[in-house]
Design a protein around this ligand. Structure first.
Ligand code: ADP
Length: 373
């Protein structure tokens, strides 16, 4: 059902000595399993990428170098793929010998040792269960591909929608302004009130669309490792953009030593801008914001933190706030689109980092994120 062709379920047999290979192929045919006999590991490695359900390999046909070659090939497999190997070992060997062989083959991961002389029902049942497992892997592949497809469709949709809606909305806002300016005097207070609502709604929607667009763009980060960005420079650029809000709030900003990280500068700046912007916005009445930005090395990651003395966040909301359009307040209380933290999460996760918050209501918040060093 999930295989693309029959070849993906075939069993490759590598047993060059005697009649083992033919006997195995015949035995598998009786349970409707297709197989192909290969003379050596080199051919096995040529055939396997075309499709392999399982491989049966005679122990004596494979040297430690061959195991190494196979292991290298396995390391190129996508995450869903873990081809099963069935290794035929000579009978009557000591326990120490079996242990040693098992040790040698362990890098193949998904392998089973079968001792000779082979009993047909044992090899048949082993192959059956190996193929069953392989089919499950193909199922995972299908689901993964489906998910990727749906995701990319959704992303495309969000991108086009936010892009294409921009222009008509801009017209609504501009013509609304013109209407107010040139014909406002013909309207009574009620009429102007209506136009006001049109104007603020259009403005709000423009902000929502701009954030939605930023969100979809945050996902189009290329896979290759970016160059080093000086985090202090990115923070300074973000603080520059927030200058008016910092002055207005009378905020104190404390900055520790910041490293250079492998990120696009614009992404790091966006992270700082959203997080420091929130720290300024969600301040407690009567308490000038005190915002500390720091970083430390945490194993393979850099850990950044942005701590404030603001209103804080209740435990039940600490995960939810990273969702798109998720807000804890009305626009009357604090303006916003509910997209800032979703954008932050998207950026951080694209770099294989993590973002979370530690906070208590009324006791400030500390947003933390990691970026691979
Ligand atoms: P927005 O600020 O536009 O609402 P965000 O995604 O940036 O959207 O934030 C989501 C919600 O998380 C906010 O509505 C707010 O309730 C909460 N929040 C974010 N940052 C802080 C903070 N520093 N202190 C308290 N609450 C915060």
């Amino acid at each position: 059902m999930f295989r693309r062709s029959d070849i993906e379920m075939r069993v490759l047999i590598l047993a060059p000595i005697g009649r083992d290979a033919d006997l195995l192929a015949q035995s598998l045919k009786t349970i409707d399993v297709e197989s192909a006999i290969v003379p050596n590991v080199e051919t096995l490695l040529k055939e396997a990428p075309l499709g392999v359900g399982a491989a049966i390999i005679a122990d004596e046909a494979i040297s430690p170098e061959d195991v190494h070659e196979l292991t290298s090939w396995l390391s190129t497999q996508p995450p869903w793929s873990d081809p099963p190997f069935i290794i035929l070992t000579p009978g009557g060997q000591s326990k120490a010998y079996s242990n040693e062989r098992a040790q040698q083959f362990s890098t193949l991961g998904n392998f089973t040792l079968i001792e000779r002389p082979m009993r047909p029902e044992i090899i048949q049942s082993t192959v059956r269960s190996a193929l069953r497992g392989r089919m499950k892997q193909y199922e995972v592949r299908s689901r993964q591909e489906e998910l990727l497809r749906v995701n990319s469709d959704l992303e495309q949709f969000a991108h086009s929608a936010s892009h294409d809606l921009k222009e008509p909305l801009r017209n609504i806002r501009i013509f609304n302004e013109l209407l107010l300016k040139e014909y406002g005097h013909l309207l009574d207070q009620r009429g102007s009130g209506f136009l006001d609502v049109v104007g603020t709604s259009a403005f709000r929607m423009e902000n929502l669309l701009a954030d939605l667009l930023a969100y979809t763009q945050a996902s189009s980060i290329p896979d290759e490792r970016p160059g080093l960005t000086d985090a202090r420079g990115a923070l300074d650029a973000a603080l520059g953009n927030l200058n008016a809000a910092i002055e207005e709030a009378g905020a104190e900003i404390i900055v520790g030593d910041l490293p250079a990280v492998r990120m696009r500068g614009s992404h790091l700046q966006q992270l700082f801008q959203n997080l420091v912007g929130n720290a300024l916005k969600y301040r407690r009445v009567g308490y000038p914001p005190r915002i500390s930005i720091a970083s430390s090395s945490a194993g393979e990651f850099w850990l950044f933190s942005i701590a404030d003395n603001g209103i804080g966040i209740a435990p039940e909301h600490r995960e939810k706030i990273f969702g798109i359009f998720q807000r804890l307040h009305t626009n009357g209380q604090y303006s916003g689109t509910g997209m800032g933290l979703a954008i932050c999460q998207r950026i951080v996760e694209r770099y294989r980092g993590r973002i979370w918050v530690e906070s208590e209501p009324g006791e400030g918040s500390r947003f933390l994120f990691t970026i691979p060093a």
